[in-house]
Design a protein around this ligand. Structure first.
Ligand code: GDP
Ligand code: MG
Length: 199
């Protein structure tokens, strides 16, 4: 069905440390998405690496993206190659991800993958739009993260595509952990027939 798209969101260790769990969940909940899976865990380094390698091109893609961001600011990309840089990010991401408790969530609804990305905001918080989670609650930049040789801290992970979401959901949840249930609110969001409301 059209409103059954599912996506993965993880509140990263900085989101938990900033005590933003409730605020972040509220943002996805209030738009009309349905929470269908939820757990708090401390990921292992291996789990964290597997998460980023769900897309084997991650190191190359992240390197290219960062190179463009440097160039857009008129700066030279300060690393030997995009691949090498990307592998470094992968390693730092895995360390960051496994450094403390995270909140793993599955959300479902119409266009859930794109909607969650919109609410989450762009990767680099200093440039994320106002009104998004990354834009409203933190201020990290690629340059600041790279200078201190760490992963950019942007509070949440959100799947980037339907394909990525399917693979990531399978990595973090068993089938049984993803709940299939009806919300009363679904009726006003998805059912066009409002007959029977007037008494
Ligand atoms: P996202 O889907 O918006 O989270 O971005 P990506 O999938 O491209 O990158 C995954 C994560 O890697 C980001 O959320 C950041 O934590 C980190 N990251 C990505 N690009 C960079 C970078 O250029 N520098 C640093 N330090 N971290 C990065
Ligand atoms: Mg991504």
């Amino acid at each position: 069905m059209i409103h059954k798209e599912k996506t993965l969101v993880i509140i990263k260790p900085d989101g938990v440390q900033r005590t933003l769990i409730g605020e972040i969940i509220r943002r996805y909940e209030r738009v009309g998405l349905k929470l269908i899976g939820l757990k708090m865990i401390v990921p292992t380094l291996e789990q964290a690496k597997a998460h980023y390698l769900v897309n084997p091109d991650f190191p190359k893609n992240v390197g290219n993206k960062t190179k463009k961001a440097y160039e857009a600011e008129g700066k030279e990309f300060p690393f030997p190659s995009v691949e090498e840089f990307g592998l470094g990010i992968l390693h730092k991401n895995a360390q960051y991800f496994s450094s403390g408790p995270v909140v793993v969530m599955a959300w479902q609804g119409l266009g859930a993958v794109g909607l969650v990305r919109k609410i989450t905001g762009g990767t680099e918080p200093i440039n994320s739009d106002v009104g998004t989670i990354r834009g409203d609650f933190t201020l990290d930049s690629y340059a600041m993260a790279d200078t201190s040789e760490r992963s950019i801290r942007n509070l949440v992970h959100a799947s980037g595509s339907i394909e990525e979401a399917d693979k990531e959901l399978a990595l973090w949840f068993t089938k049984e952990e993803l709940l299939n249930y009806r919300l009363i609110a679904d009726e006003i969001l998805y059912d066009v027939n409002l007959d029977g409301i007037l008494e």
